[in-house]
Design a protein around this ligand. Sequence first.
Ligand SMILES: O=c1[nH]cnc2c1ncn2[C@H]1C[C@H](O)[C@@H](CO)O1
Ligand SMILES: [Zn+2]
Length: 331
Amino acid sequence: MNYSSLPKIDLHCHLDGSVRPQTIIDLANQQNISIPSQDINEIRSLMIAPETCQNLEEYLMRFDLPLSVMQTQAGIERISFELFEDAAKENVKYFEVRFGPQLHQLQGLNFDQIIGSVVKGMQRAEAMYDIKGNYILSILRTFPKDNIRDVIDAGAAYLNKGVVAFDLAGAELPGFCSEFIPYVEYAVEKGYRITIHAGEQGVGQNVFDAVSMLNAERVGHGIHITGHQAAYDLVKQLNIGLETCPSSNIQTKAVDKLSEHPLKAFYEDALPITINTDNRTVSNTTMTDEVRKVMEEFNLSREDYFNIYKISVEQAFASDEVKQHLMSFID
Ligand SMILES: O=c1[nH]cnc2c1ncn2[C@H]1C[C@H](O)[C@@H](CO)O1
Ligand SMILES: [Zn+2]
Protein backbone atom coordinates (compact mmCIF):
# COMPACT_ATOMS: atom_id res chain seq x y z
CA MET A 1 0.00 0.00 0.00
CA ASN A 2 1.29 3.45 -0.90
CA TYR A 3 0.34 5.34 2.26
CA SER A 4 1.81 8.58 1.05
CA SER A 5 -0.52 8.85 -1.94
CA LEU A 6 -3.71 8.10 0.00
CA PRO A 7 -5.92 11.19 0.41
CA LYS A 8 -5.97 12.12 4.10
CA ILE A 9 -7.84 14.21 6.62
CA ASP A 10 -6.30 15.40 9.89
CA LEU A 11 -8.79 16.87 12.36
CA HIS A 12 -6.55 17.10 15.43
CA CYS A 13 -3.19 18.79 15.13
CA HIS A 14 -1.62 21.50 17.30
CA LEU A 15 0.26 24.29 15.55
CA ASP A 16 2.81 24.79 18.35
CA GLY A 17 3.55 21.05 18.51
CA SER A 18 4.17 20.89 14.76
CA VAL A 19 6.87 23.47 14.05
CA ARG A 20 9.77 22.57 11.74
CA PRO A 21 13.00 22.48 13.82
CA GLN A 22 14.85 24.57 11.21
CA THR A 23 12.18 27.25 11.52
CA ILE A 24 12.79 27.45 15.27
CA ILE A 25 16.46 28.14 14.57
CA ASP A 26 15.72 30.69 11.81
CA LEU A 27 13.14 32.60 13.83
CA ALA A 28 15.21 32.54 17.01
CA ASN A 29 18.14 34.06 15.11
CA GLN A 30 15.95 36.68 13.44
CA GLN A 31 14.33 37.62 16.74
CA ASN A 32 17.53 37.48 18.86
CA ILE A 33 16.11 34.75 21.06
CA SER A 34 18.65 32.48 22.67
CA ILE A 35 18.05 28.78 22.08
CA PRO A 36 19.98 25.81 23.48
CA SER A 37 21.64 24.91 20.16
CA GLN A 38 22.02 25.91 16.50
CA ASP A 39 22.14 22.25 15.50
CA ILE A 40 18.93 21.09 13.84
CA ASN A 41 19.25 17.57 15.22
CA GLU A 42 19.67 18.83 18.75
CA ILE A 43 16.71 21.16 18.39
CA ARG A 44 14.65 18.32 16.94
CA SER A 45 15.53 16.01 19.81
CA LEU A 46 14.67 18.72 22.35
CA MET A 47 11.25 19.06 20.75
CA ILE A 48 10.34 15.38 20.47
CA ALA A 49 8.70 14.00 23.59
CA PRO A 50 10.65 10.90 24.65
CA GLU A 51 9.16 7.43 24.92
CA THR A 52 10.10 7.68 28.59
CA CYS A 53 7.58 10.46 29.21
CA GLN A 54 5.71 9.64 32.39
CA ASN A 55 2.50 11.44 31.52
CA LEU A 56 0.76 14.24 29.62
CA GLU A 57 2.28 16.94 31.84
CA GLU A 58 5.80 15.90 30.83
CA TYR A 59 4.74 15.80 27.18
CA LEU A 60 3.39 19.34 27.46
CA MET A 61 6.81 20.65 28.56
CA ARG A 62 8.00 20.24 24.94
CA PHE A 63 5.99 23.26 23.83
CA ASP A 64 8.05 25.99 25.53
CA LEU A 65 10.76 26.13 22.86
CA PRO A 66 8.44 26.47 19.83
CA LEU A 67 6.25 28.96 21.67
CA SER A 68 9.28 31.19 22.34
CA VAL A 69 9.50 31.97 18.59
CA MET A 70 5.73 32.22 18.05
CA GLN A 71 5.27 35.69 19.52
CA THR A 72 5.37 37.81 16.35
CA GLN A 73 2.87 38.01 13.52
CA ALA A 74 5.49 37.09 10.91
CA GLY A 75 6.69 34.08 12.91
CA ILE A 76 3.18 32.77 13.52
CA GLU A 77 2.17 33.28 9.90
CA ARG A 78 5.26 31.44 8.62
CA ILE A 79 4.73 28.49 10.96
CA SER A 80 1.08 28.22 9.95
CA PHE A 81 1.99 28.33 6.24
CA GLU A 82 4.70 25.69 6.66
CA LEU A 83 2.46 23.29 8.57
CA PHE A 84 -0.19 23.44 5.84
CA GLU A 85 2.55 23.07 3.23
CA ASP A 86 3.97 19.97 4.97
CA ALA A 87 0.50 18.45 5.20
CA ALA A 88 -0.37 19.21 1.57
CA LYS A 89 2.83 17.50 0.45
CA GLU A 90 1.72 14.25 2.07
CA ASN A 91 -1.76 14.45 0.51
CA VAL A 92 -3.68 15.79 3.45
CA LYS A 93 -6.70 17.24 1.65
CA TYR A 94 -8.40 18.77 4.66
CA PHE A 95 -6.67 19.94 7.81
CA GLU A 96 -8.06 21.35 11.06
CA VAL A 97 -5.27 22.89 13.08
CA ARG A 98 -5.68 24.11 16.64
CA PHE A 99 -3.66 26.44 18.80
CA GLY A 100 -3.99 28.46 22.00
CA PRO A 101 -4.16 32.21 21.30
CA GLN A 102 -3.43 32.85 25.02
CA LEU A 103 0.07 31.40 24.49
CA HIS A 104 1.16 33.99 21.92
CA GLN A 105 0.83 37.21 23.88
CA LEU A 106 4.31 37.35 25.45
CA GLN A 107 5.45 40.20 23.21
CA GLY A 108 2.22 42.14 23.32
CA LEU A 109 0.28 40.81 20.33
CA ASN A 110 -3.48 41.07 20.70
CA PHE A 111 -5.86 38.21 19.91
CA ASP A 112 -6.91 39.70 16.57
CA GLN A 113 -3.27 39.90 15.44
CA ILE A 114 -2.60 36.36 16.65
CA ILE A 115 -5.64 34.74 15.07
CA GLY A 116 -5.29 36.83 11.91
CA SER A 117 -1.71 35.58 11.48
CA VAL A 118 -2.52 31.87 11.63
CA VAL A 119 -5.40 32.36 9.20
CA LYS A 120 -3.20 34.33 6.80
CA GLY A 121 -0.55 31.59 6.77
CA MET A 122 -3.18 28.92 6.15
CA GLN A 123 -4.78 30.88 3.32
CA ARG A 124 -1.41 31.40 1.64
CA ALA A 125 -0.91 27.62 1.63
CA GLU A 126 -4.47 26.98 0.43
CA ALA A 127 -3.79 29.23 -2.56
CA MET A 128 -0.63 27.29 -3.47
CA TYR A 129 -1.58 23.69 -2.71
CA ASP A 130 -4.51 21.29 -3.01
CA ILE A 131 -5.46 21.55 0.65
CA LYS A 132 -8.33 23.15 2.56
CA GLY A 133 -8.22 24.02 6.22
CA ASN A 134 -9.76 25.58 9.26
CA TYR A 135 -8.54 26.68 12.66
CA ILE A 136 -9.79 25.62 16.08
CA LEU A 137 -9.13 27.93 19.04
CA SER A 138 -7.90 26.03 22.11
CA ILE A 139 -8.30 27.48 25.57
CA LEU A 140 -5.77 26.22 28.12
CA ARG A 141 -7.64 24.60 31.00
CA THR A 142 -4.98 25.56 33.53
CA PHE A 143 -4.83 29.26 32.59
CA PRO A 144 -6.72 32.10 34.28
CA LYS A 145 -10.18 32.40 32.79
CA ASP A 146 -10.43 36.18 32.63
CA ASN A 147 -9.59 36.49 28.92
CA ILE A 148 -11.50 33.53 27.48
CA ARG A 149 -14.35 35.72 26.24
CA ASP A 150 -11.80 38.03 24.58
CA VAL A 151 -10.40 35.06 22.63
CA ILE A 152 -13.92 34.04 21.61
CA ASP A 153 -14.77 37.61 20.54
CA ALA A 154 -11.60 38.05 18.51
CA GLY A 155 -12.06 34.68 16.79
CA ALA A 156 -15.70 35.43 16.00
CA ALA A 157 -14.57 37.92 13.33
CA TYR A 158 -12.94 34.99 11.51
CA LEU A 159 -15.76 32.48 11.92
CA ASN A 160 -16.25 30.52 8.73
CA LYS A 161 -13.42 32.58 7.25
CA GLY A 162 -10.68 30.38 8.66
CA VAL A 163 -11.86 29.70 12.21
CA VAL A 164 -14.59 27.15 12.97
CA ALA A 165 -14.37 25.74 16.46
CA PHE A 166 -13.58 26.05 20.15
CA ASP A 167 -11.57 23.53 22.19
CA LEU A 168 -10.27 23.03 25.72
CA ALA A 169 -6.69 21.67 25.94
CA GLY A 170 -3.79 21.22 28.37
CA ALA A 171 -3.56 19.05 31.46
CA GLU A 172 -6.76 17.09 32.09
CA LEU A 173 -8.10 16.93 35.63
CA PRO A 174 -11.17 14.91 36.60
CA GLY A 175 -14.32 17.03 36.57
CA PHE A 176 -12.87 19.98 34.63
CA CYS A 177 -15.94 20.52 32.44
CA SER A 178 -18.32 22.18 34.87
CA GLU A 179 -16.06 25.24 35.25
CA PHE A 180 -16.23 25.95 31.53
CA ILE A 181 -19.98 25.79 30.88
CA PRO A 182 -20.56 29.57 30.54
CA TYR A 183 -17.58 30.00 28.20
CA VAL A 184 -18.63 27.18 25.91
CA GLU A 185 -22.19 28.51 25.87
CA TYR A 186 -20.81 31.90 24.86
CA ALA A 187 -18.78 30.32 22.06
CA VAL A 188 -21.81 28.39 20.80
CA GLU A 189 -23.91 31.58 20.79
CA LYS A 190 -21.28 33.20 18.61
CA GLY A 191 -21.38 30.31 16.15
CA TYR A 192 -18.40 28.12 17.10
CA ARG A 193 -18.49 24.33 16.75
CA ILE A 194 -17.25 22.45 19.83
CA THR A 195 -14.58 19.83 20.33
CA ILE A 196 -13.03 19.13 23.74
CA HIS A 197 -9.88 17.22 24.77
CA ALA A 198 -11.30 14.60 27.13
CA GLY A 199 -10.66 11.02 28.15
CA GLU A 200 -6.99 11.31 27.18
CA GLN A 201 -5.29 11.30 30.55
CA GLY A 202 -8.44 11.67 32.53
CA VAL A 203 -11.29 9.44 33.36
CA GLY A 204 -14.15 8.47 31.04
CA GLN A 205 -16.47 10.66 33.10
CA ASN A 206 -14.76 13.68 31.50
CA VAL A 207 -16.00 12.51 28.10
CA PHE A 208 -19.51 12.05 29.48
CA ASP A 209 -19.34 15.60 30.91
CA ALA A 210 -17.83 17.12 27.74
CA VAL A 211 -20.77 15.77 25.73
CA SER A 212 -23.56 16.28 28.26
CA MET A 213 -22.45 19.59 29.85
CA LEU A 214 -20.48 21.23 27.04
CA ASN A 215 -22.32 19.78 24.03
CA ALA A 216 -19.07 18.61 22.47
CA GLU A 217 -19.69 17.30 18.96
CA ARG A 218 -16.28 15.65 18.92
CA VAL A 219 -13.76 14.78 21.61
CA GLY A 220 -9.99 14.89 21.42
CA HIS A 221 -8.73 11.34 22.13
CA GLY A 222 -11.67 10.00 24.17
CA ILE A 223 -9.92 6.69 24.70
CA HIS A 224 -10.93 6.32 28.35
CA ILE A 225 -14.57 5.72 27.44
CA THR A 226 -13.39 2.10 27.48
CA GLY A 227 -13.73 2.04 31.26
CA HIS A 228 -16.95 4.04 31.46
CA GLN A 229 -20.08 2.47 30.00
CA ALA A 230 -22.28 5.57 30.21
CA ALA A 231 -19.71 7.68 28.36
CA TYR A 232 -19.28 4.93 25.77
CA ASP A 233 -23.02 4.65 25.22
CA LEU A 234 -23.45 8.42 24.95
CA VAL A 235 -20.67 8.71 22.36
CA LYS A 236 -22.26 5.90 20.38
CA GLN A 237 -25.82 7.21 20.65
CA LEU A 238 -24.92 10.79 19.65
CA ASN A 239 -22.27 9.81 17.08
CA ILE A 240 -19.60 11.90 18.80
CA GLY A 241 -16.42 11.98 16.70
CA LEU A 242 -13.41 10.44 18.44
CA GLU A 243 -10.23 12.21 17.35
CA THR A 244 -7.69 9.47 18.03
CA CYS A 245 -3.97 10.32 17.95
CA PRO A 246 -2.18 6.97 18.32
CA SER A 247 1.50 8.00 18.58
CA SER A 248 0.74 10.80 21.03
CA ASN A 249 -1.33 8.43 23.16
CA ILE A 250 1.67 6.11 23.52
CA GLN A 251 4.03 8.96 24.48
CA THR A 252 1.67 10.31 27.13
CA LYS A 253 1.08 6.79 28.47
CA ALA A 254 -2.63 7.05 27.73
CA VAL A 255 -2.02 3.57 26.26
CA ASP A 256 1.05 1.35 26.77
CA LYS A 257 1.45 0.27 23.17
CA LEU A 258 -0.35 0.60 19.86
CA SER A 259 -1.79 -2.92 19.99
CA GLU A 260 -3.61 -1.86 23.18
CA HIS A 261 -5.18 1.21 21.61
CA PRO A 262 -8.97 0.80 21.58
CA LEU A 263 -9.45 2.42 18.17
CA LYS A 264 -9.91 -0.88 16.34
CA ALA A 265 -12.51 -2.07 18.84
CA PHE A 266 -14.27 1.30 18.53
CA TYR A 267 -14.25 1.00 14.75
CA GLU A 268 -15.67 -2.50 14.84
CA ASP A 269 -18.44 -1.30 17.12
CA ALA A 270 -19.26 1.48 14.62
CA LEU A 271 -18.08 4.38 16.80
CA PRO A 272 -17.04 7.33 14.62
CA ILE A 273 -13.25 7.23 14.92
CA THR A 274 -10.83 9.44 13.03
CA ILE A 275 -7.03 9.13 12.82
CA ASN A 276 -4.96 12.24 13.51
CA THR A 277 -1.44 13.44 14.36
CA ASP A 278 -1.89 15.63 17.50
CA ASN A 279 1.63 17.09 17.29
CA ARG A 280 3.79 16.41 14.28
CA THR A 281 7.10 17.50 15.80
CA VAL A 282 6.54 16.67 19.46
CA SER A 283 5.19 13.24 18.50
CA ASN A 284 7.69 12.90 15.63
CA THR A 285 5.00 11.87 13.18
CA THR A 286 3.00 12.67 10.03
CA MET A 287 -0.46 11.64 8.84
CA THR A 288 1.25 9.12 6.55
CA ASP A 289 2.99 7.56 9.58
CA GLU A 290 -0.18 7.46 11.67
CA VAL A 291 -2.18 5.84 8.87
CA ARG A 292 0.59 3.33 8.17
CA LYS A 293 1.01 2.37 11.83
CA VAL A 294 -2.72 1.94 12.40
CA MET A 295 -3.39 0.01 9.19
CA GLU A 296 -0.45 -2.33 9.73
CA GLU A 297 -1.04 -2.91 13.44
CA PHE A 298 -4.75 -3.60 13.04
CA ASN A 299 -4.73 -5.19 9.58
CA LEU A 300 -7.07 -2.63 8.10
CA SER A 301 -7.97 -2.92 4.43
CA ARG A 302 -8.18 -0.13 1.86
CA GLU A 303 -11.95 -0.31 2.29
CA ASP A 304 -11.58 0.15 6.06
CA TYR A 305 -9.30 3.12 5.39
CA PHE A 306 -11.85 4.82 3.19
CA ASN A 307 -14.60 4.11 5.73
CA ILE A 308 -12.55 5.99 8.30
CA TYR A 309 -11.80 8.74 5.76
CA LYS A 310 -15.57 9.09 5.22
CA ILE A 311 -16.12 9.36 8.98
CA SER A 312 -13.55 12.18 9.01
CA VAL A 313 -15.47 13.96 6.24
CA GLU A 314 -18.71 13.61 8.22
CA GLN A 315 -17.07 14.80 11.43
CA ALA A 316 -15.16 17.70 9.87
CA PHE A 317 -16.22 21.24 10.78
CA ALA A 318 -16.09 22.07 7.08
CA SER A 319 -18.67 23.57 4.72
CA ASP A 320 -20.87 21.29 2.62
CA GLU A 321 -18.96 22.42 -0.43
CA VAL A 322 -15.61 21.35 1.05
CA LYS A 323 -17.14 18.04 2.21
CA GLN A 324 -18.33 17.33 -1.32
CA HIS A 325 -14.86 18.07 -2.62
CA LEU A 326 -13.36 15.68 -0.04
CA MET A 327 -15.75 12.90 -1.01
CA SER A 328 -14.49 13.15 -4.60
CA PHE A 329 -11.15 11.66 -3.48
CA ILE A 330 -12.70 8.31 -2.52
CA ASP A 331 -12.00 5.62 -5.10
O1 LIG B 1 -2.49 15.92 23.53
C1 LIG B 1 -2.69 17.00 24.10
N1 LIG B 1 -3.54 17.06 25.15
C2 LIG B 1 -3.81 18.21 25.81
N2 LIG B 1 -3.24 19.36 25.48
C3 LIG B 1 -2.37 19.35 24.46
C4 LIG B 1 -2.06 18.21 23.73
N3 LIG B 1 -1.15 18.53 22.78
C5 LIG B 1 -0.93 19.83 22.91
N4 LIG B 1 -1.64 20.34 23.93
C6 LIG B 1 -1.65 21.71 24.45
C7 LIG B 1 -0.24 22.28 24.49
C8 LIG B 1 -0.25 23.38 23.50
O2 LIG B 1 0.58 24.45 23.85
C9 LIG B 1 -1.72 23.78 23.48
C10 LIG B 1 -2.20 24.57 22.30
O3 LIG B 1 -1.86 23.98 21.07
O4 LIG B 1 -2.39 22.55 23.58
ZN1 LIG C 1 -4.39 17.48 21.25
